[in-house]
Ligand binder design. Structure first.
Ligand code: FAD
Ligand code: MLT
Ligand code: ZN
Length: 483
């Protein structure tokens, strides 16, 4: 297939080929790079550029600056909000970081790992394990998302409760700035108060301030002992009581606390028919819990299981939970995790839903759910809220699936009204309208609704200082405006 390019574009592509060689400047078969994971956004890339190292990224960014070409960085393309998808103008390039996938060094004594942006998260977890360490960032997309994408979105996942967000796991960064200079912040230090901590500007900035090319990551002791359970009960208030009880009993050994409404679990069972029924009866709310301990040997495992079980028995006695299933093998633990991890994909199979990645203070989660559900049911008879997520962080995926009889386009057209219904309550609880997925092109306009004008103004000043041409991931993150 031949595409006739305007002369300027021809010149740009010729120069890009001079940097990368012809095979890594893609102009045909771009579908995989042009659509997001959810299939919600499809753009038209001018080309897909596949640099192999930081110097090539820098050269390409300089080239884009000279030609006024917008750059959309793309890692694993698992964004939930169209962050890595170009617009439809045919004037933006996708800069794929996949070939920057080298491990630069590992320092087990310093507990650090220095890697390039295109490393797939799961390979880093495996590498850490080979060195008897843990890299604790863990999320459903870990088999394909890349550490550069995780950093750019400040990804959360299922172990934030114990280890924090990506921001808490990054010690140093290497970033290609919008003018093509390489900012080397690759320090592996746990203490360094020498000026503004610039790395934090780039973490969570979704590629709008620079391209992350490498990072120094924190490692932790490997969890040699581990135990997982699933519990069922009636109300979100019980979930909060259980969280308090388990954390009290296990302290830092308590690493995950994931809430699921029964409708979420039912979707998984519908689309993944091999999923076993966990309980003899249905419980409106269920949680998956995990505790780990770095202690090695049978003694550590036995001790961890004993504390975990004692806490769960207490929860049963107090009526905080009504039923509980404790995994007795690694395979069973994986089966329990699969129920939780398969919810996103089950939702994909089920068709369009209006997604909310919200957070409120943990103590307010139950009140929030109790307030929003009746509002939704009052507005839309038969509406299906699919509620699940990281309750231990106050972060729920409060997704609203269409009521029976509604077509996908009609339900999509209802997004603004449903968003306002849910997010106005989030705002009243001093919450966040995007706790871990970021903004991309799905949520950026909500900034204008829920952030103060001064906050947005300060962000625009940062953006103008670092990207004066507005070429770094244009149209994402900030609400419509000069950029
Ligand atoms: P991409 O989707 O490619 O890009 C994401 C954003 O980062 C875009 O704005 C892109 O332009 C920018 N970007 C990518 N690489 C770079 C770079 N090197 N430099 C600068 N900017 C860059 N997210 C969570 O937080 N928690 C979860 O539990 C979670 N679970 C998920 C489960 C599933 C099944 C799926 C599909 C997604 C899930 N996500 C979750 C969302 C997603 O996986 C994360 O946002 C992830 O961090 C994105 O990584 P990626 O490499 O796919 O980035
Ligand atoms: C999750 O926690 O499963 C993810 O953030 C993805 C989702 O929102 O479905
Ligand atoms: Zn999540």
């Amino acid at each position: 297939m031949t595409r006739i390019q305007p002369p300027q574009t021809d010149e740009f592509l010729t120069q890009a080929r001079a940097v990368l060689g012809t095979t890594h400047v893609l102009t045909t078969d771009l579908a995989a790079f042009a659509t997001d994971w959810r299939g919600k956004f499809t753009g038209v890339p001018l080309a897909v550029l596949r640099p192999a190292d930081t110097q090539q990224v820098a050269a390409l960014v300089k080239l884009c600056a000279a030609h006024g070409v917008g750059i959309v960085p793309q890692g694993g393309n698992t964004s939930m909000c169209g962050g890595a998808t170009p617009d439809g103008s045919g004037k933006q390039v996708v800069l794929s970081l996949s070939r920057l996938n080298r491990v630069r060094s590992i320092d087990p004594l310093n507990n650090t790992l220095t890697v390039e942006a295109g490393c797939v998260l799961q390979t880093l977890q495996e590498l850490a394990a080979e060195h008897d360490r843990l890299f604790p960032l863990s999320l459903g997309a870990e088999g394909s998302c890349q550490i550069g994408g995780n950093i750019a979105t400040n990804a959360g996942g299922v172990q934030v409760l114990r280890y924090g967000n990506t921001r808490d796991l990054v010690l140093g960064l290497e970033v290609v700035l919008a003018d093509g200079q390489v900012l080397n912040l690759l320090r592996a230090l746990r203490k360094d108060n020498t000026g503004y901590d610039l790395k934090h500007l780039f973490i969570g900035s979704e590629g709008t301030l620079g391209i992350v090319t490498a990072a120094v990551l924190k490692l932790f002791p490997a969890p040699h002992a581990s135990t997982v359970a699933f519990a069922g009960f009636q109300t979100p208030q019980q979930a909060l009581a259980l969280l308090g009880l388990m954390r009290g009993a296990l302290g830092d050994r308590f690493t995950a606390f994931e809430l699921m409404s029964d409708a979420s679990v039912a979707l998984v069972r519908q689309y993944f028919p091999d999923t076993p029924a966990l309980f003899a009866q249905t419980y409106p709310w269920q949680v998956l819990m995990q505790a780990t301990d770095p202690g090695a040997g049978d003694g550590a495992q036995t001790a961890l299981e004993a504390s975990f079980q004692a806490a769960l028995e207490q929860a049963l006695e107090q009526g905080v939970i009504e039923d509980v299933l404790i995994a007795t093998s690694v395979a069973q633990a994986e089966q329990l995790w699969a129920v939780r991890e398969n919810i996103s994909e089950a939702q994909q199979h089920d068709g369009h839903n209006i997604k909310h990645d919200m957070a409120v203070p943990v103590s307010s989660v139950a009140a929030f759910i109790d307030e929003v559900q009746p509002l939704l049911h009052g507005a839309y008879a038969g509406v299906r809220p699919i509620i699940y997520g990281h309750l231990g962080d106050g972060n729920l995926h409060f997704n609203v699936s269409r009521p029976p009889g509604w077509s996908t386009p009609d339900w999509q057209a209802e997004s603004d009204r449903v968003n306002a219904l849910v997010l106005d309550v989030v705002a009243r609880y001093q919450g966040s309208f995007s706790a871990e997925h970021g903004l991309g092109q799905l949520k950026n306009h909500e900034m204008a609704l829920y952030k103060t004008p001064l906050e947005i103004d300060v962000m625009r000043r940062v953006k103008a200082a670092l990207d004066p041409q507005g070429l770094m991931n244009p149209g994402k993150f900030l609400p419509n405006g000069p950029f």
